[in-house]
Design a protein around this ligand. Structure first.
Ligand code: OGA
Ligand code: MN
Length: 289
């Protein structure tokens, strides 16, 4: 581990070469001064993911802390939020769907980036560990700029101009996914959102593979099932262990993910009798290009 910066009394330490960094010595209940905020923002962007260790944040304190990094935006799924604080989502393996069954959260088990069906998807997804399994259930984050750059030149050239169309849920998943969300999509009249398959980072100019497979209806001129196969193959080719950081949770960790460069997924390799309970706050981003 290499120390990147020892500024005032906090410390930023890179976790792997391509992705992940951690910060100690900051209590996010205190406001950040502008210089520290800039250093932290750069550390998130340059390392794709950043974790603040050892926080003690109520949902209201979490909101206040994250709001220093930009305008907050609501989760499009308002079924599971903290009462009275709709900007704080609750992720829990104990949620029930409207039929009373354990809610399917499997979509988070697949590599994705958040809210690609929106015009202004979140630039940062932040996750805060409230109650976490004793082992497993980590959040994986992949540096999709490194993954893109490592592709063979012909694949890069082929995928760079491609567009995806995105909805709340791909029609290929209606039968297998959360029935409440499937119904919401099936009765929606919203036109699909077009996104670039290869996204340019607005602050750095770098290129990254960008999609949420569960929300992609089509890629380029492919039909929905061909599109799903194409994206699965692309991930197989592009993902390499050295581009991935797995955040193993401790209660009090606050993980920032830069969605303009990252894809992420939840781990399900834990004892389901244990509670996995995270709070999530989203920071609004720009129109992807
Ligand atoms: C999410 C998500 C990952 C996790 O909330 O968008 O992907 O580890 N969560 O729960
Ligand atoms: Mn997600």
């Amino acid at each position: 581990m290499t120390a990147l910066a020892d500024i005032q009394n906090f410390k930023i330490t890179k976790l792997t070469e391509h992705v992940g960094t951690e910060v100690t010595g900051i209590d996010l209940r205190d406001p950040l001064d502008p210089k520290t905020l800039q250093v932290l923002n750069d550390a998130i962007v340059d390392n794709v993911a950043l974790v603040f260790r050892g926080q003690q944040l109520t949902p209201a304190e979490l909101l206040k802390a994250v709001s220093q990094f930009g305008e907050l935006m609501p989760d499009q799924n308002q079924r599971y939020v903290v009462e009275g604080l709709p900007l704080v989502s609750v992720l829990s393996n104990r949620h029930k769907d409207s039929t009373g069954k354990q809610a399917k959260i499997a979509k988070n088990a697949n590599w994705h980036t958040d809210h690609t069906n929106q015009e202004f998807p979140p630039k940062f997804t932040t996750l805060y560990g409230v109650d976490v399994p004793s082992k497993g259930g980590g959040t994986s984050v992949c540096n999709m700029n490194a993954a893109f750059e490592a592709l063979p030149e012909d694949i890069k050239a082929r995928i760079t101009p491609m567009k995806t169309t995105n909805t709340l849920m791909s029609s290929t998943r209606y039968d297998s996914a959360n029935p409440d969300i499937a119904r919401e999509q099936q009765t929606s009249t919203k036109p699909p959102m077009v996104q670039p398959l290869v996204r340019t980072h607005p602050e750095r100019g770098t290129k990254a593979i960008y999609f949420h497979k569960g929300k992609v209806e089509t890629v380029a001129d492919m039909d929905p099932f061909e599109s799903q196969d194409f994206l699965a193959d692309l991930l197989d080719t592009a993902l390499k262990p050295e581009f991935i950081y797995v955040h193993e949770w401790k209660a009090g960790d606050l993980l920032f993910i830069d969605n303009r460069t990252a894809m992420h997924k939840a781990g399900f390799d834990y004892d389901p009798a244990e509670h996995r309970h995270l709070h999530r706050v989203l920071v609004r981003g720009d129109r992807p290009f």
